[in-house]
Design a protein around this ligand. Structure first.
Ligand SMILES: NC(=O)c1ccc[n+]([C@@H]2O[C@H](COP(=O)([O-])OP(=O)(O)OC[C@H]3O[C@@H](n4cnc5c(N)ncnc54)[C@H](O)[C@@H]3O)[C@@H](O)[C@H]2O)c1
Length: 519
């Protein structure tokens, strides 16, 4: 897709206008304004239905303080989470975490790393943190370790009676994901999987538009994640001085091993280089499908689930076909640098009978492109309906267009013949709906990726206020994590075997032992 800056600006205005319109989210927007709610000051709890604060914060340990661990640490709201211990086998990442803690808990009057260490226990291997969990008073852990350790660490934590927030992917095999899900149920602990798009205000508004059929019969979803390997070698002196910004979304899996870590034998890794660049090795990351795909599969599944013409009997994909290759100088390690796959989902009227020609079976295709090579198009989703096109870019902005009218303003109006249902109109005079647009802009002010909100909501689910009677579960729980794992593993099999894989509903059933792992 190629959109000029002016097209993008027009798409963002249109999205705002839709959010602020009476037929989509004006009620929510005006409620927030009336109550004086702003981002990180009550707006998220209103939009995602949880309390503004907890009676006491959830006491947590953080396993893995690399890129994602630091990003989560930066998102910690002390009213919801008290970080009592951290673990990382890389000394450089331990130091970064201590620095981050100094920033988060300014109110504690800490000025040096030693002050932090008086209050926060620092471990190297994650199992040491788990062994001391009881003594440290932990109630829960956040797992941001390399992906091959997720299931193992989660099982140990659940066994120790801790609630778990686990980064995506939940596991690298469906059998492991099921084991984790079963353990969480057995121990009655809250397990959340880090698919932050479930807590993004941007995605939430976009999903509401799909739910209300604003686009008019969603019939295709495309999702992509395009990454570039930095061409230049890292300037080691500069890298040492640079303070890493935890909210920097740019993927960099090619970092140099710091000199003081280059001779260390890290347990569980064949070399320091494999630890620092674990994403590039199948055995640690599961390749692009697990590392990037699991997040995108979860996001696309939210759009499929929101479409009114979905087939409620078949919430799972019917099949996946794919292809993968290493075609550029590329990734290093052993992962594919290109993976493309297409999932088919049934929609209403789907016919299972094999005598009906495929073109008449009522399905929609969801397509994914995962590429290391060229960053063009970044990452995100394009959702096409008969009247509207929705584009989500880099978790940071959403754009709405009337079909391919990328330079035109649109208005949300009642659909002809369907009172109360929203539709899209391109006004002849070209005038935008300024009132809706300004309300929508206010609603999206300060919208972030959702890391802080997902952590707050998880803490809220673990420690709901006494007067909260309604059962609350994370928006991406064990079932959601298992769903993404099944899609990831099945797609990997389709790519490896160069065939189409048909999904079985038992793969998604926590209680069933059937999995696609051995295909
Ligand atoms: N939700 C998202 O948007 C998102 C984004 C990036 C990464 N992730 C996920 O987060 C996880 C971490 O990724 P990352 O990019 O932060 O990787 P990273 O390499 O930057 O961080 C992982 C950290 O774990 C540490 N570690 C490894 N083995 C350990 C052990 N046995 N004990 C203690 N510490 C150990 C490493 O030293 C490293 O600091 C991955 O599963 C990744 O898929 C999610």
């Amino acid at each position: 897709m190629y959109l000029r800056a002016s097209d993008k600006a027009s798409g963002v205005e249109n999205f705002h206008s839709a959010v602020g319109s009476k037929l989509i989210r004006r009620e929510l927007v005006t409620k927030a304004l009336r109550q004086g709610l702003t981002p990180r000051h009550g707006l998220e709890p209103l939009q995602f239905s949880y309390a503004k604060t907890l009676e006491k914060p959830l006491v947590v340990g953080l396993l893995g303080t690399g890129r994602q661990g630091l990003r989560l640490l930066a998102a910690v709201n002390p009213a919801f989470l008290a970080v009592k211990s951290i673990a990382d086998i890389r000394p450089s990442n331990q130091s970064r975490a201590i620095e981050a803690l100094l920033g988060i808990y300014k109110s504690k009057g800490w000025t040096t790393g030693d002050d932090v260490k008086k209050d926060v226990r620092v471990y190297d291997a994650y199992d040491k943190l788990l062994a001391a969990a009881k003594a440290d008073g932990l109630e829960a852990v956040i797992i941001a370790l390399p992906s091959h350790l997720h299931a193992k660490a989660a099982l140990a934590a659940l066994e120790a009676g801790l609630h778990v927030f686990i980064e995506t992917p939940m596991a690298l095999s469906v059998a492991d994901a099921k084991q984790v899900a079963r353990k969480a149920a057995e121990k009655n602990r809250i397990l959340a999987v880090g698919q932050q798009r479930h807590y993004s205000r941007i995605y939430d508004h976009a999903l509401e538009m799909v739910r209300l059929d604003l686009l008019d019969q969603v019939h295709y979803i495309r999702s992509q994640w395009h990454v570039a390997k930095p061409e230049k070698k890292e300037d080691k002196k500069k890298a040492k001085k640079e303070v890493r910004k935890p909210d920097d979304f740019k993927i960099d899996w090619w970092q140099e091993v710091p000199a003081d870590e280059s001779q260390v034998k890290f347990d569980g890794y064949d070399s320091p280089e494999e630890l620092v660049r674990w994403q590039l090795y199948e055995k640690y990351s599961g390749g692009l499908l697990a590392e990037l795909g699991s997040q995108l599969f979860g996001a696309a599944a939210m759009f499929v689930a929101a479409t009114p013409n979905r087939d409620p009997q078949r919430p799972y994909p019917l099949s996946v076909a794919g292809t993968g290759s290493q075609i550029l100088r590329g990734a290093a390690g052993d992962i594919n640098d290109h993976v493309h796959c297409i999932f088919e989902y049934a929609i209403q009227g789907y016919v299972e009978d094999k005598f009906t020609p495929p073109k008449a079976r009522k399905k929609i295709a969801v397509q994914f492109d995962l590429i290391i090579g060229n960053e063009f198009d970044g990452y995100g989703e394009t959702v096409l309906g008969r009247q509207g096109s929705l584009v989500l870019e880099n978790e940071q902005k959403a754009m709405l267009f009337h079909t391919s009218d990328v330079d035109k303003s649109l208005r949300v109006v009642e659909k002809k013949n369907t009172p109360g249902a929203p539709g899209i109109e391109v006004p002849k005079d070209g005038k935008a709906d300024e009132e809706s647009e300004s309300l929508g802009r206010l609603a999206l002010q300060g919208a972030d990726a959702g890391f802080a909100t997902e952590l707050e909501h998880w803490a809220f689910c673990c420690k709901p206020p006494a007067d909260n009677k309604a059962a609350t579960k994370p928006r991406c729980d064990a079932e959601g994590g298992l769903y993404a794992t099944v899609l990831t593993v099945a797609a990997a099999k389709a790519v490896k075997l160069e065939t189409r894989v048909d999904f079985k509903k038992e793969w998604f059933d926590v209680k069933s032992d059937e999995t696609p792992d051995q295909l």
